[in-house]
Design a protein. Structure first.
Length: 114
């Protein structure tokens, strides 16, 4: 296998700091609570920039799309948001949590360095 074909996992927290230092506007999404079957554990992170680039994972599938969309609002307003996705919600099938689990994700802006 060629060296450039190997992809190493990047720590989203390190990447959030790096992107912020580079002047990019950034939000950080963190899984803060799970119930039942959940694809990612508490503490999983997704870092998102104002251009819609992202790295990491809080769930997968359509849930991440919804989190990226909400992160754009968080970046724009500077106000954090608590998101909840689960089978009891009408959005469960739409965002991909039809497995019976629920997750709560906190999305916060990353402060620019002084």
């Amino acid at each position: 296998m060629q060296q450039d074909a190997i992809r190493t996992e990047i720590d989203p927290l390190v990447l959030a700091e790096s992107w912020s230092r580079d002047g990019r506007r950034v939000a950080l999404a963190t899984v803060v609570e799970t119930w039942g079957s959940a694809p990612r554990p508490v503490g999983a992170h997704l870092v998102i920039d104002a251009e819609g680039n992202f790295e990491g994972s809080v769930s997968g599938g359509c849930v991440e799309g919804a989190v990226v969309a909400e992160a754009a609002e968080v970046i724009e307003t500077g106000k954090p948001a608590m998101l909840e996705f689960g089978v009891a919600d009408e959005t469960a099938w739409r965002v991909g949590l039809s497995c019976g689990g629920r997750i709560r994700v906190y999305v916060e802006p990353v402060a620019q360095p002084a």
